[in-house]
Write a protein that binds this ligand. Sequence first.
Ligand SMILES: NC(=O)C1=CN([C@@H]2O[C@H](COP(=O)(O)OP(=O)(O)OC[C@H]3O[C@@H](n4cnc5c(N)ncnc54)[C@H](OP(=O)(O)O)[C@@H]3O)[C@@H](O)[C@H]2O)C=CC1
Ligand SMILES: O=C1O[C@H](COP(=O)(O)O)[C@@H](O)[C@H](O)[C@H]1O
Length: 510
Amino acid sequence: MDRTESQMLIIFGASGDLTARKLIPALFHLYCGGYLPENFLILGVSRSEFSDEEFRRKVIFESSYLEGDLKEKGRETGEKFAQKLYYHDLGASYEASYVALARKIESLDEKHQTGNNFIFYLSTPPNIYEVIAKNLSEQGLTHKDKGWKRLIVEKPFGYDLASAKKLNNSLHQYFHEDQIFRIDHYLGKETVQNLLVTRFANSIFEPLWNRNYIQHIEITNAESVGVEKRGGYYDGAGAMRDMFQNHLLQIVSLVVMEPPISAEAESIRNEKVKALKSLRILKDEKSLSENIIRGQYLAAEIDGKKVKGYREEDGVNPDSTTETFVAIKFFVDNWRWKDVPFYVRTAKRMPTKVTEVVIHFKPPHHKIFTESGMFNKDNKLIIRIQPDEGILIKFGVKVPGQGFKVERANLDFYYDSLIENNLMAAYERLLLDAMQGDATLYARADEVEAAWEFVDPILQYWSTSKDATIYGYSAGVWGPQNADDLIEGENTWRNPGSNLADDPGFCVIK
Ligand SMILES: NC(=O)C1=CN([C@@H]2O[C@H](COP(=O)(O)OP(=O)(O)OC[C@H]3O[C@@H](n4cnc5c(N)ncnc54)[C@H](OP(=O)(O)O)[C@@H]3O)[C@@H](O)[C@H]2O)C=CC1
Ligand SMILES: O=C1O[C@H](COP(=O)(O)O)[C@@H](O)[C@H](O)[C@H]1O
């Protein structure tokens, strides 16, 4: 709290969905929690015409995203928070009127003593990020001589490796790397951060965290919703760009990375980059076709309700070959992970919303309890990212009675069980970190590029090869059936329920 200096947050794209749905509610929660400094302002910027009052009404009092909060905290709290909000209409284009914007920022800064400390948040279509950065620079708004200046950049960061590099180079003309905060909201999730703590604050997991004890690793990110109102955007992106390149590879990097020398941003980010660079890139046609399954959801009935197929969604091309499901098997080429398969999948219109990491351990070398088949079941560590956040270990116990019959039991931890378990929403945590200048949970330029290096050949293969199949799957099932064939031996995906303790079958380790 003490570290949050007086400052102004300038949001470009203030009339858009993200501002109303995530940013303003996060800022309101930070305000109610006493996390914002006394001298703090939010200046919304876009081309739509609003007065300050109209903007406040739109994003606070008439917003369905704050309705519950306002009921709980009272209108008066909403009114006080609203006094921190201002709006600037950029006019017809994002190229124009930066002189007027600069004047407005300067006068607000002077009047409200925000210390010339500015965060510029880019929540517009990505194709205008550079234009905004350039104009800010030309108006002298990026200089660090008086106060600090930071830039938060929304995803997607680039469309492929070349465009990500281009965007990095463009932004670096106007901002130093230490001023740029590339957002990935999964890094703002408490349970994703806890991957670091589970691994590096305990001496019971890390000694086993390697090829000697781990048989394979499975990561599932499933959403039950379809593309909702974002069909237009999603059709140009697909699951690979929308989720895998950023959120899933961030989780992978935290699972794969070596211990950092400290919890400082650069130490952690250095190790994450090394981890991403050690992923074996699927390059040749054979490995691309054998190790990746992509799919697209088809119309179906779920709980008696008809849901549209992907191609029928608003904004989606009726002949679209954009993937809404992707499952990938890959290896990590380093000392720790040699020969350990990683299976990662992400999809829309699955049976439930769930994200989890499952570490499957190898069975004991020598099997002495032959009475039941239990010794064949693997020990598992399940790290539940969402929902029902927690950690569960599956291990064998003796069934009471004669002989040595073994059954599987659970050791578990639930975030719910903590007395203080107010999990801060991802955007709250990330905004607060940026306000305090902490970039640990933001992606660095080389990190984003390393992730694209893994993803690029896959996208190229899909766009150029005639053999790159896309499979249909009915909305509400766990994706195309042949995604199970990716997994070696008789193992299958875990297909979890929404409760961590649900046990949907098991994996057989031969
Ligand atoms: N919405 C979400 O859930 C998520 C969004 N994001 C990212 O956040 C950013 C904003 O997304 P979102 O709020 O959903 O988008 P919207 O389309 O709802 O809003 C875009 C905003 O940018 C402004 N804008 C400026 N120039 C243009 C232009 N040429 N065309 C269209 N709009 C323009 C719009 O306002 P005006 O027309 O008034 O200038 C509007 O305020 C995007 O980069 C998106 O990828 C990331 C994760 C989730
Ligand atoms: O970034 C995105 O994430 C959401 C899923 O986020 P979650 O926090 O609800 O898991 C996804 O729906 C969206 O398509 C994607 O752009």
